[in-house]
Design a protein around this ligand. Sequence first.
Ligand code: CUA
Length: 313
Amino acid sequence: MISGASTFVEGVDNAFLFIMVISFFFLIGITLTILVFLIRYNHKKNPKPTQVKDSVALEITWTVIPLILVMGMFYYGYVGWIPMKRPPDEGVVVTANARMWSFSFRYENGRVSDKLYVPKDTAVIINLNALDVLHSFYIPAFRIKEDMVPGLVNNRTWFEATKTGTYNIFCAEYCGLQHSYMISEVVVMEPEEFWEWYHDPDAMVMEVPDDADPVLLGRQIVERQGCVACHSLDGSTVVGPTFKGRFGETITVMTQGEEREIVYDEEYVKRSIYEPDYDITEGFRAGQMLSYEGEISEQEIEFIVEFLKSLNE
Ligand code: CUA
């Protein structure tokens, strides 16, 4: 009925339209009936109220008709929903990792991306994995939404995109302070284009042009990974310590329960990204951040360091 971006669109929209049409029919019908009765049976025109005795025909009518209507709603809802619950055996398998407050996608060949790249007209099976708290994986254009529950194994969803383009991915479960920033995109490509991207050997290494600005690259990584959701760039405290004016300073941290002073240097930055709970900055709590090992490369950390240095100026 409505052409959409995935094979689920028709089923979901049919159920939605069916319910909408019935709702509007009754909204208008009941409102009109009230108005007609107001005029026809008001006190002046009809001073003596008529007693209506129970009518079997009427009782049956208003039981059977709504029953048919709700069974119709159930039917459209059910046929639209059941294919979502039956992922095919074959397809592109992607693991979606959700954390406060970003998504990342890992493909079977080890490729990791912050956007979900998928081929058109191919089943894409998504393993939903929440690393910390409840999140929800929501692609409105595809009509899919599935909770991501920490510790829940075999939690999957799937879709088959039918149109190339870029569509929003939202987290649809309130998961803390920066929940509204937990967004990403799904990019639907022609299959050849996708497989080229998938097998691109250079894809794992960041391409750095000679004239690239390392500070800018660092900023892009920090923004893309969602670091700024917790670490401010202006000196204010959000969830973790700010990034501003820290690099090169001597800071007080708790390391394995011991207080010590260390220099905020490249080594410290790397350890904090890979083992966030190793050194806890004074005034903050452990357990707020998960390791980014496998998601932020050592090469990328070098750019992040350049960006952090630039914040001292
Ligand atoms: Cu994750 Cu809201």
